[in-house]
Design a protein around this ligand. Structure first.
Ligand code: HEC
Ligand code: HEC
Length: 340
C-alpha cells in the first residue's frame, strides 16, 4: 500500500514538474537609478514569457509575407537600432518615415516613439506589426499563423494559461523581451560605481557634457523624456512635425522626444530622420548655435556657446564611455527560436 502511494506521489510530482508554472523573473534595477515606470503587475515577467517574447522578436512570421522580423530593424549589435538606412525598411522594401531607435531601458520610459505617440509598451508592437511600411500584417492573420505552430501553442499555454492565443498575449510576450533589455554596464556606469577611472580626455568631455547636454540628455538614462528641438531643422523631404502629430498643437511642431545616448557609438545613424551618420557630424551641429535652424524655442539656443574642435573631441570621448559591450553582445538577448 505504502509503495503504491509512493509511486502515485512520484508520478504526481513528475506531472507537476512537467507543467511547472512560470518561473517568475525579478527585474533588476541598477543602483542609483530611478524607479522603473513600467507596471510589472500588468505583465509579470517570467523566464518562459521572456523566451517566448524573444523568439517572437526574431520571428518573421509576424510580418505579412514572413520576411521581416522585429530584429530586421532592431539589431542587437547596434543597440537594437537600424544601421544601414537613415529611416527604416520594412516589407516590400518599403521605406518608413523615421529612424528606428535603439531599444534599451524601456522600463523607465513614460511613452514611446519619437513623438511619444505610444503610451504603453504592452501595446506598442501593434504598430510595427500592422504598419504598411514595417511588417504590413494584421492581427487576425498573425494569430492564425501562430496557432498553426505547435511549439508556440505549447509555450503560450504555459505563459498565459491558454492555447487560444489572443492578440494581447502576443504583445505582452514581446513586451517581456523588450522591457528586459537593460543596459547598465558601460564604462560610465563602472566609473560611477568607482570600479574604473575616466581618462583625462573623458573627464573633460564629461564636464562639458554636464554643462551643455545633461539638461536634456539627463543621467543616468541620458534623456529627460521631454519633447524638445535641438535645432536641426525640418527635413524638407519628410516634413515630420513630430510631437504636433500627436497633440495637434502648433507649439509642439517639430519637437521630438529627447533620445537616450547610451550605446550611441553603435546605434548610428542619428536623429529621428537618421540625417547624421557620424558623431563628428552631430558635434559639428551642436558646436555652432549660429547654424541652428527653426524652431528656436529651447535652451541651447538661448545660451550662446561655441565648442571648439578639441572640446568636440572630448565630448565624443565621453559619449563613447556609454558603450556597453556586455549588452550589445550578450547571448541572452541574441537570436533564438522555439519553432525549430
Ligand atoms: C521596418 C522597421 C521596423 C520593424 C520591423 C519594427 N520596428 Fe520597432 N521601430 C521602428 C521605428 C521606425 C520606430 C520609431 C517609430 C516612431 O517614432 O514613429 C520603432 C520604435 C519601436 C519601439 C519604441 C522605442 C522607443 O524608445 O520609443 C519599440 C519598443 C519597438 N519599436 C519594438 C518593436 C517590436 C517589438 C517589433 C516587432 C513586432 C518592431 N519594433 C518592429 C522600426 C521598426
Ligand atoms: C534642448 C535639449 C537638448 C540639448 C541641450 C541637447 N540635446 Fe541632443 N537631442 C535633443 C533632441 C530633441 C534630439 C532628437 C532630435 C531629433 O531627432 O529631431 C537629440 C538628439 C541627439 C543625438 C542623436 C541621438 C540618436 O540616437 O539619434 C545626439 C548624439 C545628441 N543629441 C547629443 C547631444 C550632445 C552631445 C549635446 C550637448 C552638446 C546635446 N545633445 C544637447 C535634445 C537636446
Amino acid at each position: 500500500m505504502k509503495t503504491v502511494f509512493f509511486i502515485m506521489l512520484s508520478l504526481g510530482l513528475c506531472a507537476v514538474a512537467l507543467v511547472a508554472p512560470n518561473q517568475e523573473l525579478d527585474f533588476f534595477v541598477p543602483q542609483g537609478w530611478p524607479k522603473p515606470r513600467y507596471n510589472f503587475e500588468s505583465n509579470p515577467l517570467s523566464q518562459e514569457g521572456f523566451e517566448l517574447g524573444r523568439s517572437l522578436f526574431y520571428d518573421p512570421i509576424l510580418s505579412k509575407d514572413s520576411t521581416v522580423s522585429c530584429s530586421s530593424c532592431h539589431l542587437q549589435f547596434t543597440a537594437f537600432a537600424h544601421v544601414d538606412h537613415p529611416t527604416s525598411h520594412g516589407v516590400d522594401s518599403r521605406v518608413g518615415k523615421r529612424n528606428a531607435p535603439g531599444l534599451m531601458n524601456l522600463a523607465w520610459a513614460p511613452y514611446f516613439h519619437w513623438d511619444g505617440g505610444v503610451l504603453s509598451l504592452n501595446g506598442q508592437a501593434v504598430n510595427p506589426i500592422t504598419h504598411p511600411d514595417e511588417m504590413g500584417s494584421d492581427l487576425a492573420t498573425v494569430l492564425v499563423k501562430l496557432k498553426r505552430e505547435k511549439e508556440y501553442a505549447a509555450v503560450f499555454k504555459k505563459v498565459f494559461g491558454t492555447e487560444d492565443i489572443k492578440t494581447q498575449h502576443v504583445l505582452k510576450a514581446l513586451a517581456q523581451f523588450t522591457v528586459s533589455l537593460v543596459s547598465y554596464n558601460s564604462k560610465y556606469d563602472r566609473m560611477t560605481r568607482k570600479e574604473v577611472k575616466f581618462s583625462e580626455q573623458e573627464k573633460k568631455g564629461y564636464a562639458l557634457f554636464l554643462k551643455h547636454c545633461n539638461q536634456c540628455h539627463k543621467e543616468p538614462l541620458f534623456t529627460n523624456y521631454e519633447f524638445k528641438s535641438n535645432g536641426i531643422g525640418v527635413n524638407t523631404a519628410l516634413v515630420d512635425s513630430g510631437r504636433a502629430n500627436i497633440t495637434g498643437k502648433a507649439k509642439d511642431a517639430f519637437l521630438f522626444r529627447v533620445p537616450t545616448l547610451r550605446n550611441l557609438e553603435y546605434s548610428f545613424p542619428y536623429m529621428h530622420d537618421g540625417r547624421f551618420s557620424k558623431l563628428k557630424e552631430v558635434m559639428e551641429h551642436y558646436a555652432h548655435p549660429a547654424n541652428w535652424a527653426f524652431p528656436i524655442s529651447t535652451e541651447p539656443v538661448k545660451k550662446k556657446y561655441m565648442l571648439n574642435l578639441a572640446q568636440q573631441k572630448d565630448i565624443i570621448a565621453f559619449l563613447k564611455t556609454l558603450t556597453d559591450k556586455g549588452f550589445l553582445f550578450s547571448p541572452q538577448f541574441g537570436y533564438s527560436s522555439i519553432r525549430e
